[in-house]
Design a protein around this ligand. Structure first.
Ligand code: AMP
Ligand code: MG
Length: 499
């Protein structure tokens, strides 16, 4: 996968051939203006130029002209959407400009999302309204700040053209960067829709790109086939990613197989939201009426997505159907345990416990029960514990923002007793709580305010929100406004894909 110039664009996926993608023409827009430019991230990428000082670069990020060595393509994939197989989806409103090779020789996809129709648009306009672009920019950058594997936002540009949805909206284009955009749905397209044609090349490609050097303990061991390596790697990624979402109260909202990246980064921020008060059934997406993708269902749904991937890979796992099935099942069956291990270790850190012991199960359960029955703020409750464990509660701003219920206060007595039993350096365990319990999350009403203000032509407030997420675990002066639970009239309980 050698690149021609570093940093710069390469096109290894396009080189796989026409079965996988289609060259994409530019579709210029009338009046591009810059909304956000992620200067810090651009520096990490070794990006050349910027759209602030260079109108050509601005034009390129609006799809009006090509960047040096960019060869845009749209890629094909399929996917289960709300459990139903759709045999062909694809980049309907995204164009892959190429794979950017960073100075440290990392390979990342750079896409323009909302840059016009492609062969996979299925009647859609290939465009994106400003609101969803702002949501994705803010939330994906907040996720990055929170340390969650995620696609990134490099730029957001308004097109100067209207987009027609339920109402007329302003059009915008997001420059999205991910380790790759290969999805469970990409594998599905070749395994299921094409009956296996191209599948082996795709699997070899995905393994070379993402799982060449696995650091995890192998599940199967021995001389595993690439398909097995892929399944194991994705199993590890999914289990760790969902555990991280769960402990932050993140609800993705549309965990279809086409929105599950093989590289284990969070993608597709359409209807996503963080919960304010703890509610296991939290579900915000207007199209998820059954709560299929509610918070408490996410671990199980990603397990299901993994099983779909396994099914697709069977012919490449072993020549014997029986052995293949056994191997795949062994990997898929390991997911709950890997998830549990990650989840428990996050929870232990967040609760200031050395580890979650078997005898702690009831304590953990009653903590969640107290939050749920008291409709208490999920993020602030953990921060309250962190301040308490560090003997800092009275001197901290948290009591102004968070009032524990009687049952949480009672629970905290038990928790303090259990904490005293910790093995290891108590003060280190307590101090570490600040590093895993964020002071701020991108709360729904903040994201909505960012969207509203940008839509009315004011970028500063939204920019300051994005900037604040460079260090979400640190309490900073003026944070009360970012950290507080929304007032009843501010609460946003429904989110919309806005496609
Ligand atoms: P999503 O719900 O964002 O994961 O999108 C599901 C599928 O619909 C993907 O294949 C998208 O490319 C496609 N899609 C979403 N919005 C549009 C649009 N405005 N025009 C064309 N295709 C779209
Ligand atoms: Mg999608």
């Amino acid at each position: 996968m050698a690149a021609t110039s570093i940093p710069g664009f390469d096109h290894s996926y396009a080189r796989l051939g026409g079965l996988f993608s289609t060259p994409q023409k530019l579709d210029p827009v009338s009046d591009p203006t810059l909304i956000f430019w992620n200067r810090r991230f651009a520096e990490q990428l070794g990006w050349r130029g910027d759209p602030i000082s260079d109108p050509q670069q601005l034009g390129a990020l609006a799809g009006n002209q090509l960047l040096t060595d960019s060869q845009p393509i749209a890629t094909v994939y399929a996917g289960h959407q709300f459990g139903q197989y759709n045999p062909q989806l694809g980049d309907g409103r995204a164009t892959l400009l190429g794979e950017w090779i960073t100075p440290s020789e990392q390979r990342v996809d750079v896409q323009l999302k909302g840059a016009g129709p492609t062969p996979y648009s299925r009647g859609g306009d290939g465009r994106a309204p400003l609101g969803p672009v702002i949501r994705e920019y803010v939330v994906s950058e907040a996720m990055a700040g929170l340390g969650v594997p995620t696609s990134r936002a490099l730029a957001a540009v308004a097109t100067g053209e209207p987009v027609i949805r339920n109402r007329i909206e302003q059009g915008a284009i997001l420059t999205r960067v991910a380790s790759s955009h290969l999805r469970v749905g990409t594998i599905q397209f070749f395994a299921m829709t094409r009956g296996g044609e191209g599948l082996e090349s795709l699997v070899d490609y995905a393994v070379a790109r993402h799982f060449a050097e696995s650091t995890e303990q192998p599940i199967i061991g021995g001389d595993a086939k690439p398909a097995t390596t892929l399944l194991e790697g994705v199993c590890q990624h999914f289990a760790r990613l969902v555990a991280h979402w769960q402990v932050l109260g993140f609800v993705h909202g549309v965990l279809n197989t086409d929105n599950a990246l093989l590289c284990g980064e969070t993608i597709d921020f359409g209807p996503c939201a963080f919960m304010d008060h703890f509610d296991p059934e939290a579900s915000f997406s207007s199209i998820d009426r059954q709560g299929r993708y509610a918070w408490h269902n996410q671990p199980g749904i990603m397990h299901w997505n993994l099983a779909v991937l396994a099914e697709c890979l069977l012919p490449l796992i072993d020549d014997s159907a029986e052995t293949a099935r056994h191997t795949a099942q062994t990997v898929v069956d390991r997911y709950p345990q890997i998830f549990h291990t990650h989840h428990q270790s996050w929870l232990a850190a967040k609760l200031g416990l050395d580890t979650i012991r078997e005898s702690d199960a009831a304590l953990v359960q009653s903590f969640h029960d107290a939050l749920a029955t008291g409709k208490l703020d999920f993020t602030l409750a953990f921060r309250w514990l962190a301040e308490w464990a560090n003997g800092n509660l009275e001197h901290s701003p948290i009591p102004e923002l968070f009032t524990p219920s009687d049952s949480l206060n009672r629970w905290a007595q038990e928790w303090r007793a259990r904490q005293k039993n910790n093995n290891g350096d108590q003060s280190l365990i307590a101090a570490n709580m600040y590093r895993v319990n964020p002071a701020i999350i991108p709360r729904n009403h903040l994201v909505q305010r960012a969207i509203d203000t940008v839509e009315s032509g004011h970028i500063e407030w939204a920019q300051s929100l994005v900037d604040r997420f460079a260090s979400p675990y640190e309490w900073q002066a003026g944070d009360d406004e970012w950290a507080r639970t929304p007032l009843e009239e501010e609460r946003v309980t429904r989110t919309f894909c806005g496609t």
